[in-house]
Design a protein. Structure first.
Length: 484
């Protein structure tokens, strides 16, 4: 009898052990989220169709692909999403449990609004606000203003905070996620909640991904049964958005993917532009979603194990040896060839890196999207090898395929700048900013070019634009003060 009991106990222990291992494989410590969605407001006139479903869907993605533990996600739907409950979670739970290097994700889908600025810190004289479930449209204090929300976020310990808003602030009705408070008129927006948070939170460590620009609206869609922005957030959890093909969708990749899809859909469906924006003060890569490993003829379990070992190996030579072992198992694997090219280049083994990049170019990569593009990577490699003419050829080849690539335009701008061709440098740096205006480096390169040419007025105009994007940057603050 005793042996039977021990046998059963052993089975239970092994079963529990397997469950624990499975949990460890599918979740990561130090990842916390507050997910808010409000469709059925206390005031029935504010009803939305899909905001609550947006929040439920986002929670599902965090569990399935974000490696969040369910206990670490607080979901506030409809009447649970009161102003006080939102405050308690940010100022209470998240402040208490999330340490400096932990990830905090705050998602809100619902109405936004504007009220008259109370402390004179707004460019347009308006405070942007989140609208909680229990809002009183005759009482501005029932809203969550940008100043107040920024105060809550500022007091978090975490320096890896990603805030995602699927709403608008300029006012709207019906299918648009914004309301007009009494005494307000729509269409006056100059700055927005995201810009204000960047100004209000005086520290690095916050990233903001918003569904639309300040003067635009955020739409809901009967076709998707979601907010349009949230729908394309979900759609971005795929290899097509994994630009550096590392199996992870980081915050930057998420923005690049959702921006173009949301803008294109809103223009084709409503003849209006809804263009998401991204403001990031986090210097390191912010991993959000993890793609499931592909197990097929070109990506076996053994190869995935070797890639994982390589990514966690600190010694460059050992890392390359591990990847070469994986390459022997599957010489045509795109992931391995790309990883090897990157690590070869990092280790100064330029010819070996060139061979891997050239091999990738020989493959059918129609379903792959690289950021930076392969042409940019080859151009950068040739520059490191001192072959600027070859670098130019690859940069221009890349622009033929993707004329709006900010990465390629910036690469050309800096290359021409290194050759002291400031006319061409200015042209391509401006093109880079047209494609992606939230790039501090381009602004400063242009500023220093104009400053060196004694074009001080133009230079200061450029640096003021940079300051408007990131008013916490000390370098920008210094030069704006000098210019004023």
């Amino acid at each position: 009898m005793r042996s039977v009991i021990l046998w059963i106990a052993a089975i239970l222990i092994l079963s529990l052990h397997d469950q624990v291992l499975a949990q460890l494989r599918t979740t990561l410590p130090g990842r916390y989220a507050l997910v808010v969605g409000i469709s059925e407001y206390k005031n029935p006139r504010l009803r939305l169709q899909y905001a609550a479903k947006d929040a439920l869907d986002i929670k599902k993605t965090l569990l399935e692909f974000g490696k969040f533990k369910e206990d670490n996600i607080r979901l506030l739907i409809d009447d649970d999403a009161t102003r006080e409950n939102i405050r308690k979670d940010v100022e209470g739970r998240l402040k208490k449990v999330a340490h400096r290097n932990d990830l905090v994700l705050i998602y809100f889908s619902g109405h936004g609004a504007q009220i008259v600025d109370s402390d004179g810190d707004e460019t347009d004289g308006l405070d942007e606000c989140l609208v909680p479930w229990d809002v009183d449209v005759d009482d501005n204090s029932s809203l969550i203003s940008d100043d107040l929300f920024a105060y809550w976020v500022r007091n978090l310990t975490s320096e890896r905070v990603l805030i995602i808003f699927d709403n608008c602030f300029g006012g709207g009705a019906a299918r648009e996620k914004g309301i007009l408070m009494p005494g307000m008129k729509g269409g006056n927006v100059i700055d927005d909640f995201s810009q204000d948070l960047t100004r209000e939170v005086p520290r690095q460590g916050t990233a903001l991904l918003a569904a639309s620009k300040p003067e635009q609206v955020s739409f809901e869609s009967d076709e998707f049964k979601n907010g349009v922005f949230t729908h394309f957030l979900k759609e971005s959890i795929s290899s097509n958005a994994d630009n550096n093909i590392d199996g992870i969708i980081d915050a930057q990749e998420l923005f690049y993917s959702v921006r173009g899809k949301t803008l294109e859909y809103s223009k084709s469906t409503w003849k209006k532009e809804q263009e998401p924006i991204f403001i990031n003060t986090i210097t390191e890569k912010l991993d959000i979603y993890y793609l499931p490993p592909k197990v097929d003829s070109t990506s076996s379990k053994k190869i995935e194990e070797l890639r994982y070992r390589a990514q966690n190996e600190q010694n460059s030579a050992k890392r390359i040896d591990i990847l070469k072992e994986a390459l022997r198992l599957d010489p045509s694997n795109v992931y391995i060839n790309h990883d090897l090219a990157t690590y070869y280049e990092f280790s100064g083994m330029h010819e070996q890196a060139l061979a891997r990049y050239n091999y990738l170019l020989s493959l059918d990569l129609s379903r792959w999207s690289f950021d930076p593009p392969l042409s940019a990577l080859l151009g950068d490699l040739y520059r490191r090898m001192g072959r600027d003419s070859d670098a130019l050829l690859w940069y221009f080849k890349g622009l033929e395929e993707n004329p709006n690539s900010s990465t390629l335009c910036r690469s050309l701008g800096t290359l021409y700048l290194s050759q002291r061709d400031t006319v061409e440098a200015v042209q391509y740096l401006n093109r880079s900013l047209d494609a992606q205006p939230l790039q501090k480096e381009d602004y400063f390169d242009l500023f220093y070019i104009h400053f060196a040419q004694n074009s001080f007025e133009t230079g200061y105009q450029i640096i003021r634009r940079c300051y408007e994007i990131n008013p916490n940057d000390f370098q920008a603050i210094y030069w704006v003060a000098r210019g004023d």
